[in-house]
Design a protein around this ligand. Structure first.
Ligand SMILES: Nc1ncnc2c1ncn2[C@@H]1O[C@H](COP(=O)(O)OP(=O)(O)O)[C@@H](O)[C@H]1O
Ligand SMILES: [Mg+2]
Length: 1021
């Protein structure tokens, strides 16, 4: 801690104190001051400052001048008669006030100038101190400080903050909630507080902890992430959720608190955003030890008015003893008297003075201070001969004191010049903080002129304070000001006539809108707020969309939806021709977000509304989009409705006379029918020809979802290379809500293609990575659990496959139960077959048949993605079961049916298995000619297509046939081919992978691997 005159500079927590009051100073201005204070009583040149504070960037030296100017304002230094900073023309600056060091560890030897002028708060301050000592022992503390505006919440917390930062090595950080647009910015105060921490001297440790424990937070500070780090970080946070983001910041704070206790202050929580409430809730409920204290201030009445869920949260935490509350009351008369004694130490003010101020202010400290200052300004209290005196009798003063703070402010306001009033009015429109630059256009003035005006006001300690010069996101440097209290701002804002108010809001919005560059995006909700208040609704909606995207970048999809819904509420105020377009767009976005949240019914509802709204307004292209989107949620909850939606989309496109849109939609519709309904050759042809058509038309922007549907269709026809290429292209795009879904869709398609290619080990690897990721994100990895069950089935681990599915079903998923139910049934069926049947196992075997039949029955198993392929697999299982039980008749009937349906598809895997089954039935019938004929057909397929999972079985059958025909050389070559297929599958797993081991030791596989020509001769089955 550095002390100079009545100021203290705390470099650890990056704050400047004046008595018990924290002085707001922009981060860079703070750095400049700090450098000067740390190098006092000598010349510091401009170059030295530039090198020390901007080592890697070019900065205009003029900037330093501005900063120094800002610092001087804050310190109350005068240019012509400086007591802090002296300018040495053409050379630099010198800090001339005497500086002393105060070691933080010795709180007892405090300088006398820190004696507080805070009165009547010994009790609350004591409570905070007790809580803090508990926090220092590892018991986390959450404290809410409530009370009306001006009651002294900030003052109390400041004073406590000051106390805490003297208790040794402690990190403190403050976050402010803001009125207006702030509630639309997820985690606003936490990001604010973190921002301060990342600029403190211990920023290095904080960044390291963030990188290790909170990548979802680190990425919110783009300027702190190096370009080479960014991509890895993007990958790391893929699919992150609100839960993960909350957990990560809790862990970060806990981990940091092990090094040094943390005091967090969130101010004005009545304006809080819902995500921050989640964070507070999690922070309060976690049980880990942490030397952590969170102090929050709020106004109870505003919480009730704004219907914020803060009330519920606080009550809930209180019931569980997880937080404490300090309610600040009005000051008693004795405290007012004490205030007068501390403010006017050597005075002969009349006794009734305290009572007068008490009666008028009713013990509200803000009003109390305002009355006293007003009296000083009017010369009623004056310094005379080293003594404070009252210049008029008390009785004559009494009637003139305004009855309310509002009245008092109005009287003060009326005394200002018109230009000053204008500036304050415009400032009140911007918010509690404003810069000269932002209000200059609204006032049609130059920023310099506004600065002079505001400096003058701040110098008179009236209504606003100067907070120094700050750099705006567009690199403009401008002086910033803040209202001395938010009530001052409100009082002034309320006076502005409505037409003028709207004009000011619009001007502010337009001025902010001129910001280009990296900071622009972050201003979206603020700009939207001003456009909305300025009644420019179309612009407001457009910026709300950007604000919503910002929320999505913080994985706050609920906030995202809320912002869009708010925008939707504004659409009825804009021109009809624009209205529909924006409505449809907003509804589409809402549908996407609901889909990302897993709320399929809500997602479908939003897309439905988008489609019908677009339909009414004749916006065909938008209608087609919305109808196409419907297939995504419906694919999971009601495929038939998805199919009907895409068919409607095709109908609409027919009247559009746009060959690209027509071909895209036809491709999508045909693909969806193939994947969700059944395989039809004409659809397969249509899908492919539409794709060719798009190529011919030079369509390079086929939507990724459409393209992936096409890729599935290719995979199911054996065009694995093309399919893989498309899926992989879809995977790396990870920046937005919808592209996240594309990413999963791509991964899903890739795993299916790899399974057909027998690369089961690779699928398992993808599955495990995705599951790790899902765990980190607190997501349900349902899709990847399905894939694991599927892989295990192909690797003949039927028990394992069934177990995975049954575990999924135990969690009672909301949708997409068709697939795990089906795989479980088929796996159980096969597991029974693999066990072999004895007479005793009849019950078992019957159950297997039952299971397969359940999959076949559309009443028991409704449609789902690729349901027809699974139904065919069940049919193959049935014929296997009958074959094992020597019921050749039924086995043959099922096998014929299976072959028939397999031939309706274009899937080489299924077709090869169907021919193979025919061959095996012919063997049992003793019809060798037919067996050979069938196996040749199967062999032809597995030679043409890379389908080793079918391949090993087909070659095994051929091996058996040639052995029986005693053509041992041919038999052996098929055994070897079968073995090669098995190895191909086996080698896709890493050594020691249990699924690999169970595959290689499964009975049918072992039979092939362990046989040689001789053995084959000896043991024929
Ligand atoms: N206990 C106190 N003793 C003396 N003055 C106080 C006290 N509490 C508040 N004040 C004065 O009232 C003003 C408003 O208080 P503040 O803490 O900003 O209120 P709140 O945060 O509750 O709205 C402060 O700037 C300070 O001058
Ligand atoms: Mg306050």
């Amino acid at each position: 801690m550095k002390l100079f005159r009545s100021f203290r500079l705390d470099p650890v927590n990056q704050c400047l104190w004046h008595g018990e009051q924290r002085v707001t100073l922009a981060p860079k201005a703070f750095d400049v001051l700090r450098y000067l204070v740390e190098h006092p009583a000598r010349l510091v040149t401009q170059d030295e400052l530039l090198d020390a504070l901007w080592p890697e960037t070019y900065v205009n030296p003029e900037l330093i001048k501005k900063y120094i100017l800002g610092i001087r304002k804050v310190l109350g230094d005068q240019h012509d008669n400086p007591v802090y900073i002296e300018t040495l023309p053409k050379r630099g600056y010198q800090f001339i006030a005497p500086v002393t060091d105060r070691v933080a560890e010795h709180p007892r030897d405090l300088p006398s100038d820190t004696i507080s002028n805070m009165v009547g708060r010994a009790g609350p301050l004591g409570e905070l101190q007790v809580a803090f000592s508990k926090a220092l022992r590892g018991q986390r503390q959450i404290i809410f400080v409530g009370g009306e505006p001006g009651i002294g919440k900030t003052t109390l917390v400041d004073s406590f903050h000051h106390y805490a930062s003297r208790q040794g090595n402690i990190r403190t950080a403050r976050g402010q909630c803001v009125e207006g647009f702030g509630g639309k910015e997820p985690y606003y105060p936490m990001l604010d507080a973190l921002g301060h921490l990342t600029r403190s001297p211990s920023a290095g440790a904080i960044l390291q902890t963030l990188a290790k424990r909170a990548p979802t937070w680190l990425i919110q500070f783009p300027s702190l992430v190096k370009a080479e780090q960014r991509e890895a970080l993007q990958r790391e946070i893929l699919g992150a959720t609100r839960e993960r983001m909350v957990r990560e910041i809790c862990e970060t704070l806990e981990s940091l608190s092990c090094e040094a206790p943390i005091l967090l202050v969130f101010e004005d929580l009545h304006w809080v955003d819902p995500s921050t409430l989640d964070l507070i809730s999690a922070l309060a409920r976690r049980r880990e030890e942490a030397k952590l204290m969170l102090a929050c201030t709020y106004r109870p009445v505003d919480v009730i008015l704004s219907n914020s869920s803060l009330k519920g949260l606080k009550q809930d935490l209180q019931v569980h003893n997880l937080c404490a509350e300090i309610a600040l009351e009005r000051l008693p008369e004795s405290a007012v008297a004490e205030y007068l004694t501390t403010e006017f130490p050597n005075s002969s003010l009349p006794l009734g003075m305290a009572n007068l101020i008490y009666r008028h202010s009713e013990g509200n400290p803000l009003f109390m201070v305002a009355i006293v200052q007003d009296m000083i300004k009017k010369g009623l209290i004056s310094h005379d001969d080293d003594k404070w005196i009252l210049t008029k009798p008390l009785e004559t003063i009494d009637p003139g004191v305004p009855q309310s703070l509002q009245q008092m402010l109005e009287v003060q306001f009326e005394r200002l010049t018109p230009a000053e009033r204008q500036a304050l009015e415009a400032g009140s429109v911007v918010g509690e903080h404003f810069s000269a630059w932002v209000i200059a256009t609204a006032l049609e003035e130059t920023p310099n002129r506004i600065e002079d005006l505001c400096d003058e006001l701040a110098g008179r300690q009236q209504i606003i304070n100067a907070v120094g010069v700050q750099e705006l996101p567009n690199y403009v440097v401008s002086a910033h000001y803040e209202f001395r209290h938010s009530l001052y701002r409100q009082a002034i804002y309320r006076r502005v006539a409505s037409g003028k108010l709207a004009r000011f809001h619009r001007a502010v919005a337009q001025q902010l809108n001129t910001v280009k560059g990296p900071g622009r995006q972050q201003l979206a909700s603020e700009i939207a707020f001003h456009f909305e208040s300025g009644r420019e609704y179309e612009q407001a909606i457009r910026f709300l969309i950007v604000a919503a995207e910002n929320a999505a970048a913080k994985f706050a999809y609920r906030d995202y939806i809320q912002v869009l819904q708010h925008a939707l509420g504004l659409t009825n105020r804009i021109d009809a021709h624009l209205r529909a377009e924006l409505e449809v767009q907003l509804l589409e976005f809402i549908g996407d977000a609901q889909y990302a949240l897993g709320a399929m019914a809500e997602s479908a509802a939003a897309y439905e509304s988008a489609a019908s709204r677009a339909g009414q307004a004749g916006l065909k292209s938008a209608q087609v989009n919305a109808l196409g989107s419907l297939v995504r949620p419906f694919g999971l909850i009601d495929p038939d409705r998805g199919i009907s939606a895409v068919s409607r989309a095709v109908e609409v496109t027919r009247s559009m006379h746009d060959p690209v849109v027509l071909a895209r939609t036809q491709m999508l519709a045909a693909g969806c029918r193939l994947l969700y309904d059944c395989w039809r050759e004409e659809d397969a042809l249509l899908c492919t020809s539409a794709h060719d058509e798009l190529k011919k038309l030079g369509d390079t922007h086929i939507p990724p979802f459409h393209n992936m549907i096409y890729a599935y269709v290719q995979a199911l026809q054996g065009n694995y290379v093309e399919a893989l290429e498309i899926f992989e292209r879809g995977i790396p795009k990870l920046d937005q809500t919808t592209s996240l879904m594309e990413h999963f869709f791509g991964l899903s398609g890739k795993t299916i293609t790899l399974m057909r290619l027998g690369r089961l080990g690779e699928v398992l690897r993808i599955v495990r990575e995705a599951k790790d990721m899902a765990q980190k994100n607190g997501n349900d990895p349902w899709l990847f659990n399905f894939r694991e069950a599927w892989v295990r089935m192909l690797a003949l681990d039927f028990e394992g496959s069934a177990r995975v599915c049954e575990a999924i079903l135990r969690t009672k998923p909301l949708y997409a139960v068709g697939q795990p139910q089906t795989i479980a049934r088929i796996a159980r069926g096969y597991s029974a077959i693999a066990g072999g049947f004895t007479e005793l196992d009849r019950g078992n075997y019957k159950r297997a048949i039952e299971s397969f039949n359940e999959v076949r029955d559309p009443n028991i198993t409704p449609k789902f993605f690729l349901h027809w392929a699974w139904r065919m697999t069940a049919q193959l299982g049935l014929s296997e079961a009958w074959l094992q039980s020597k019921d050749i008749e039924r086995a043959s009937a099922e096998a014929d049916a299976f072959l028939h349906s397999a031939l309706q598809t274009a899937d080489p895997h299924l077709q090869a298995l169907a021919c193979d089954m025919q061959a095996r039935i012919a063997i049992v019938k003793g019809d060798w000619a037919s067996a050979q004929d069938c196996v040749h057909k199967a062999l032809e397929i597995v030679r043409r297509f890379e389908v080793p999972v079918a391949g090993w079985q087909v070659h095994a059958t051929a091996w058996r046939i040639y052995r029986s025909k005693q053509e041992y050389a041919k038999a052996e070559s098929h055994r070897e081919s079968s073995q090669a297929c098995i190895f191909k599958i086996g080698d896709s797993f890493p050594q020691g992978e249990p699924v690999r081991e169970s595959f290689l030791s499964a009975a049918p596989i072992a039979r092939i691997l362990n046989s040689s020509v001789e053995k084959g001769r000896a043991t024929d089955d």
